[in-house]
Design a protein around this ligand. Structure first.
Ligand code: G6P
Length: 613
């Protein structure tokens, strides 16, 4: 939700800022803006509504703004409409303080009143304008410099923020502060950088500092200095972390969209995730501090997540309870805070998150910690907020994921769910070594099977042409196929804007069947051998009401008679079919989106990283 960037150095700031914003556009694209400073000149500010491309055009590819330090912002609107006035940067009337912000200031109305009483005028509806003017107020009132003004503001402002600020009196420097929203700092050869996320700076450096809550500081051409809330220099205590993503990992490369690139990358990143934890026929979670003895002692697993990560958790729940025999429960992280059930003491709480920044998931983690339950993050971004607060971390190796609709990260999350379920079962002696080997062989076969589906992707392109004009699509399945349908349906609706719903196939007759008629498409995922006959009956019910059925199943089944179209994926043990069946559903969503002229990377109103409640 909103991305911020900053640069102070020898190079022209504008191209660096625009490049950073491009890499952060997944965080919001309601408006964009930058402020750039050249020593002897007044700061230059430009903003525009809508996607970043509008700002790039307005600045004539960045040429209109010159300077060696600056800040930038891409917005996902929270307070106020996505207009140019509400776009960041915001600034004091005399340009003394200019800033960009990611987060939400909860007490901004109260702070605004205080500032109005002190003669400040406001032009936008944003909380950010209040924050920037509050810094200006303290700066002028106490005359003790930027850190004092920032710290006083941090004490007064309630809520979350990652802030990048320029002060008129310090033309070569960019100041920062953080609480709740992510912020990283990087040191390059010709300057220092700040950003909401790593891909924004990967072209210049792979060594970053993670700014912690209630820290602030400054970047200059050569230095980064961190301060705590008391104003003490804490730079020596900060750790420089090396990022193992290469600099092109965040580029589209030869693909028209990030989503296309990320779908195609799936065989490779699934393999990377398997290889990170499977050594010969051993699942190694000890490297994450998770011992066999500990796993053996567990009597329950709770899983908390949002969006697609929640859907991966649904599959995790299914596998854990089926294989291990211990209790498993998955819950939307956003709902967990309203629940009061008793968590078992010997439970492990698992938090699945691509970004590691989703606020609801993070809050669920904090609640579990407070209740004394051990926490495990299954996460794609090292050093992210959730990974820093969790007791254990198991990373997915999907690499940077930029498209708003997740594909490769979800696929890697599934692998971790499988491995966790198998590992717990094995240490609890639910099955023997031979069975473990059999399961691991099946898991190792997933990358090549996914590759074969991707190689056949044009089949889905043809099918998508039939979906472009649809108004309603249902995804139905039973058991693990139902969990998969949840993800298939979400993918489809978020990037095609076509109404779609996932239903447990058995529930069809309890309501949604009244909506089935000619023109309605029903995607029926039917892979589970013991449930196949029942699923076929549901397809027949749809057919008799003139709905058109697309069956998604494994090659060892035959569903020609029962459906209008059939999508076959390679055979695999019924436990791991989601890794294969999700691929055609991702492709269906992608090609339907293209068919409707939608940019699948940036569906309206959505952002990839949801750092507000
Ligand atoms: C947003 C994204 C989804 C993602 C969800 C959870 O809604 O659009 O793709 O699944 O957030 O994000 P996380 O980073 O926690 O996995």
């Amino acid at each position: 939700m909103c991305g911020i960037v900053g640069y102070a150095g020898e190079d022209e700031a504008t191209p660096i800022l625009l490049h950073g914003l491009e890499r952060l556009e997944y965080r919001g694209y309601d408006s964009a803006g930058i402020a750039v400073r050249k020593k002897e000149l007044e700061p230059m500010i430009m903003k525009s509504e809508g996607k970043l491309i509008n700002l790039i055009k307005k600045t004539e590819n960045g040429k209109l703004l010159v300077g060696n330090s600056g800040i930038g912002h891409t917005r996902w609107a929270t307070h106020g409409l996505p207009t140019e006035t509400n776009a960041h940067p915001h600034y004091s009337d005399d340009y003394n303080v200019i800033g960009v912000h990611n987060g939400i200031i909860e007490n901004y109305q109260e702070l605004k009143e205080k500032l109005v009483n002190n003669g400040y005028k406001f032009y936008s509806e944003t909380d950010t304008e209040v924050l920037i003017k509050l810094i200006d107020y303290y700066y002028k009132k106490y005359k003790k410099g930027p850190i004092d003004a920032i710290n006083k503001t941090m004490v007064r402002a309630r809520g979350s923020y990652a802030l990048a600020i320029i002060f008129k009196d310090y033309p070569d420097e960019v100041w920062f502060a953080k609480k709740g929203s992510p912020l990283i700092i990087a040191k390059g050869e010709k300057g220092c950088f700040l950003a909401s996320d790593v891909p924004a700076i990967l072209n210049y450096s792979n060594k970053v500092y993670y700014v912690d809550d209630l820290e602030c500081g400054v970047i200059t051409k050569k230095h980064v200095i961190f301060y705590d809330l008391n104003g003490d220099d804490i730079t020596d205590e900060k750790e420089l972390v090396t990022i193992d993503w290469n600099s092109t990992a965040g580029d589209k490369g030869k693909y028209p969209y990030f989503m296309a690139k990320e779908m195609v990358e799936q065989p490779e990143v699934i393999k990377n995730t398997i290889d990170a934890y499977v050594k010969d026929y051993k699942i190694d979670f000890e490297q994450c501090g998770i011992t066999n003895e500990y796993l053996k002692s567990l009597d329950a697993i709770y899983i908390y997540a949002c969006g697609s990560a929640y859907h991966a958790g649904m599959i995790g729940q299914y596998l854990i309870e089926n294989l291990t025999g211990i209790n498993a429960r998955v819950e939307l992280a956003s709902e967990f805070k309203y629940r009061n059930y008793r968590l078992r003491e010997k439970a492990l709480a698992v938090f699945i998150s691509q970004s590691g920044e989703t606020k609801d998931t993070h809050e669920a983690l904090l609640k579990c910690k407070q209740l004394g339950i051990k926490t495990l993050a299954v996460c794609n971004v090292k050093g992210s907020t959730i990974t820093r607060d969790a007791d254990f971390n198991i990373y997915t190796y999907a690499g940077p994921e930029i498209a708003v609709a997740t594909t490769k990260a979800y696929s890697c999350q599934l692998i971790i769910m499988y491995l966790l379920a198998i590992k717990i079962s094995f240490v609890k002696q639910v099955f023997d070594y031979e069975t473990l080997k059999g399961y691991l062989d099946e898991i190792k076969s997933i990358p090549s099977k996914v590759q074969s589906i991707i190689d056949n992707r044009y089949q889905m392109q043809h099918l998508a042409a039939r979906f472009v004009a649809k108004h309603d699509v249902f995804f139905i399945g039973r058991g693990i196929d139902y969990c998969l349908c949840m993800e298939g349906s979400l993918k489809f609706k978020e990037i095609t804007y076509i109404h779609s719903e996932a239903y447990a196939a058995g529930e069809l007759k309890h309501g949604p069947i009244s909506l089935i008629q000619e023109g309605v498409a029903v995607v029926a995922v039917a892979t589970q051998p013991d449930l196949l006959e029942k699923s076929v009956s549901n397809m027949t019910e749809v057919k008799s009401r003139k709905g058109s059925v697309v069956a998604v199943t494994t090659e060892d089944n035959e569903l020609e008679k029962d459906s209008k179209y059939q999508i076959y994926v390679p055979s695999i043990t019924h436990l791991f079919t989601p890794s294969l069946t999700i691929i055609p559903l991702q492709l269906l969503a992608y090609y339907t989106s293209l068919g409707k002229g939608i940019d699948p990377d940036k569906p309206k109103n959505l952002a990839k990283s949801v750092t507000v409640e």
